[in-house]
Design a protein around this ligand. Sequence first.
Ligand code: NAD
Length: 424
Amino acid sequence: MVAQKGTENINNDKHDLLKSTQIIIHEALEKLGYSDEVYELLKEPLRMLTVKIPVRMDDGTTKVFTGYRAQHNDAVGPTKGGVRFHPDVTEDEVKALSVWMSLKCGIVDLPYGGGKGGIVCDPRTMSFRELERLSREYVRAISQIVGPTKDIPAPDVFTNSQIMAWMYDEYSRLDAFNSPGFITGKPLVLGGSHGRDSATAKGVTICIREAAKKRGIQLEGARVVVQGFGNAGGFLSKFMHDSGAKVIGISDAYGALYDPNGLDIDYLLDRRDSFGTVTKLFKNTISNKELLELDCDILVPAAIGNQIREDNAHNIKANIVVEAANGPTTLEATKILTERGILLVPDVLASAGGVTVSYFEWVQNNQGYYWSEEEVAEKLEKIMVNAFENIYKIATTRKVDMRLAAYMVGVRKMAEACRFRGWV
Ligand code: NAD
């Protein structure tokens, strides 16, 4: 079975991911005047559950998988975040991603804290039935700490709406109750929300539009480069193309395509495979390194982490960089881009559209009344524009980069909630 494709940061040092997040959280709390106690509380998840999951494989043997569920902070409300299935999942990565989820929820002002889950497995080598058993057993293993008012999972790397459906069904059986609010990213017929698939790219598109306004760039005719042509990059390229921008470069794991007159995005999407691969079909390709350094107005890393680093940040020619991927720019590169006057819209803001529409799904499940695609889009638009404006204003008035401003917004509500509850 091919689950949702995903290409997270697989080869990054997962410990560094947590460490660099902690560095910015510390700086953000300091700027906001919070004490070190608050940092001690927020630097790691409140809870981290590790489970062993025995699964009967198709050949009759039993394989024991390791799974995790991290709950970063539930002072604001239940925790929320995806479950990834990947051979490289580590405890530190799950922890860091749960912290990022808290930041995203704070940035778009959702009544949630961050959570994240993962199972060390390779879904590409497992049968449909093995994946179903693994998904169901994972829910049984973590059932004590999750639930519609405790912690709400969602899809992530290599998990998709089918896996969410099995997990939903298993939880409902355990609960002896239909509990659609237990999990988001479900198929529409099981209470999924319209617009969930393209929500991340829609959010990124809104950030690009707002950032372009700040820089006096007309989207009509603007030259856009997108790294990655999967869920996020594919939808995004389409939205950019449809809004009149000229997508002059796209890429996948095997190379990149460049046309200064604009690529035929509809054609490329049509030829793309289920892993977001299309460049293999072409002879005249350039490298991902060359793609990132193309002369353009807007650059969107939408593939993997660690792409803009100290060694190439000086060669980036874009006026605006909008991070659709998680962690594509290192801390050093963020400094270099900012010093060079490039407007960097950070991942925790730019990619928050996904969790926002997941929240809409949960709200619709709780009220049992469902919204049209237009209603979802309208609500998402409002939330993303407000979040962008708020962070841009803080970055400008406090003279900090957009990443630090986003972290300041992301931690503030959580820190306040912890204080009101008397935790610190
Ligand atoms: P995906 O697997 O659908 O697509 C990834 C794309 O990146 C593919 O085109 C793949 O070929 C390409 N790629 C893989 N390795 C590459 C490499 N070394 N160099 C260049 N390209 C490479 O993944 P996605 O869902 O589109 O996610 C992309 C990024 O966006 C990830 O960092 C993910 O965490 C982040 N993100 C996605 C969502 C979402 O809703 N899809 C939400 C938040 C964040």
